[in-house]
Design a protein around this ligand. Structure first.
Ligand SMILES: C[S@@+](CC[C@H](N)C(=O)[O-])C[C@H]1O[C@@H](n2cnc3c(N)ncnc32)[C@H](O)[C@@H]1O
Length: 272
């Protein structure tokens, strides 16, 4: 956490920022304005601000020129566009997980990140239990869920979707240590970090920030065995197309898109 500051400009947010700061063991810093005088080039390489404002929590690179802010937004932007025009049950993630008009699996997402994939599944009707262990990422996600629940006062469908989401900030491996498999989760979904080496401008801002804040998830191989114990019907692992199998475990089959592959362990036939 030594590359993160908790910041705020609006005094009404001081309490929230300080509370978060004390949880993470980082002092909250009041900024004169959100752009905070730009630092000397290179001085704040890889440093981030988790900025608390009345509009929610956002992650900014401390050198604001690196990329724009990251905020979890379930009611507009990419998530909403994908919900409305993403292709419904025909999209690869839906086929991988096995959502159909007749079957809405209960999904355990052991590596939630910013919740984008889980949001797609919840939009299609699945109940999703999410675990995220990185406190900065978990905070951004919880903040996005809470803002969506407020907006959803006006939108029954968004409220229904958000009510299918249950987030816990914890390491899924240790949290589920004593849970016996097979009963609670139809499908276990994994999407751990893959160590991208590219510095290309094409790398999305979320991925750039995750590389600096989360790192490579070097223990992710261990998730596979646990997932196989916990899933009733399937384990689905999202991988970049160029990546090998997680833990070198060959799945029963894969569904590939342009950049992404879903590796699928099919443990039982899905209910029809
Ligand atoms: C590539 S991101 C997931 C992106 C996500 N699928 C989405 O749509 O936003 C991987 C995330 O998994 C989290 N993670 C990795 N191992 C975990 C574990 N054992 N328990 C909880 N979270 C974990 C990391 O902190 C990181 O935020």
């Amino acid at each position: 956490m030594d590359n993160i500051r908790i910041t705020y400009t609006d005094k009404d947010c001081a309490h929230r920022a300080e509370e978060l700061g004390s949880k993470l063991g980082i002092a909250a810093v009041e900024l004169e304005n959100q752009t905070d005088k730009l630092p000397r080039a290179g001085k704040y390489v890889d440093q981030y601000d988790l900025h608390i404002s009345p509009c929610g929590a956002s992650l900014y690179p401390r050198d604001r020129k690196v990329h724009g802010p990251i905020q979890v937004d379930f009611f507009s932007g990419v998530n909403n566009h994908r919900r409305r025009f993403g292709g419904g049950n025909g999209q690869a993630i839906a086929k991988a997980v096995g959502v159909s008009g007749r079957f809405y699996p209960t999904v355990l997402d052991m590596t939630a990140g910013l919740g984008g994939d889980s949001f797609v599944l919840a939009s299609l009707g699945c109940n999703v239990k999410l675990f995220e262990r990185n406190p900065v990422i978990a905070y951004l996600l919880a903040d996005g869920i809470s803002r969506a629940l407020k907006v959803s006062d006006h939108s029954a469908s968004l409220r229904d979707i958000m009510n299918r989401f249950a987030l816990t900030e914890a390491d899924s491996m240790s949290q589920l240590d004593n849970v016996t498999g097979g009963d609670d989760y139809d499908v276990v979904y994994l999407d751990p970090m893959f160590p991208h080496r590219s510095k290309s401008a094409k790398v999305k801002k979320e991925m750039q920030a995750f590389q600096k804040i989360v790192g490579p998830d070097s223990d992710s191989d261990f998730l596979v065995d646990r997932a196989l114990q916990l899933a009733r019907y399937r384990v689905v692992i999202k991988r970049p197309l160029i990546a090998g199998y997680l833990a070198d475990r060959k799945p029963h089959y894969s569904l590939s898109g342009k950049n992404t592959r879903f590796d699928i362990f099919a443990l039982q036939k899905l209910p029809s």
